[in-house]
Design a protein around this ligand. Sequence first.
Ligand code: M6R
Length: 368
Amino acid sequence: EKDGHDWFMRKEIFEQPRAVADSLLGRHARNGLLQLDEMRLSDQELRDIDKIIIIACGTSFYAGLVAKYAIEHWTRVPVEVELASEFRYRDPILDYSTLVVAISQSGETADTLQAIRHARLQRSKVLAICNTNGSTIPRESDAVIYTHAGPEIGVASTKGFLTQLVACYLLALYLAQVKGTRYGDEISEIMHQLEAVPEQISSVLAQAEDVYALARAHVDTKSVLFLGRHAGYPVALEGALKLKELAYIHAEGFAAGELKHGPIALVEEGLPVLCVVPPRGRDQLHEKMISGIQEVRARGARTICLAEEGDTSIEPYADHLIRLPKVPVLLQPLVAVVPLQLFACELATAMGHDVDQPRNLAKSVTVE
Ligand code: M6R
């Protein structure tokens, strides 16, 4: 049942090329247009949307943070991302032109369910991004995009997360298509880039042994920091959550630009810092990230950098380098999170923990 793996989690990490491919299947029609069959909102309803609020918990919340970068860039519709448990108990400003997007792998998370009920009472449309057919959250929503990860057994979300990202990209591109903010050929090009991702994830998985050796060298580590910028920032948060839940190690993810506003005080000799380096591009993201890495390294941190192939400028600043395939920055989370999953899984295994059933956690959290 675990396909020869020791844990469901490891099996599910290795299923990700297939899961991502399945989530893309049948979406890109022959005429180049995008189709979302289960989308029960009409094009007119989608055109009327002038604000999106994404609500979710845990890893699904981080998928929502990535979605904000993509949706705002491709559609120009403003997006807020909020933890479901916070949204539920405040007085959010919503109406019929607000689309609430609830992201939940299980479809049964109580905080998220209560949040969508709260939104519907205020006449907002709710779209669920969910992996579990017929679960409560999609049943109580106006529309749904199913992810096609297949059942996720490990408590730590892996393929669930990647397929949520795919669904978020599809939603963003579909909105762009309906609203006319991006043209057909651009949408097709991004779809082609997405269609190349399963192969690219396989190439990351091919480096697993290297990541495992690195993880095993950290069994005595008390604390790990993760840095990212732009779409790499939620990846840093997700990498830290994986370490907390599986290895019970203190781990924190930061936006690299925030370092100087406080967190850099945590850096001391030998502290491992995992850095998600943005692809080199016309923006300044890459340079800014390098200067953040220099800052922590100058204070004794041991830097483990995830950077795209061919990026030699990172080499002087990386104590350890993990190579990522070349992808645009908005899609980079799909490949960058994979080594972090492998790292946490192997480190927890080496520490003797039960990776599939971490202490104090449940797969779906059905209490508020
Ligand atoms: O089923 P959901 O996506 O609603 O679950 C949300 C969180 O409980 C979940 O992502 C949790 O953070 C995972 N254990 C993360 O690995």
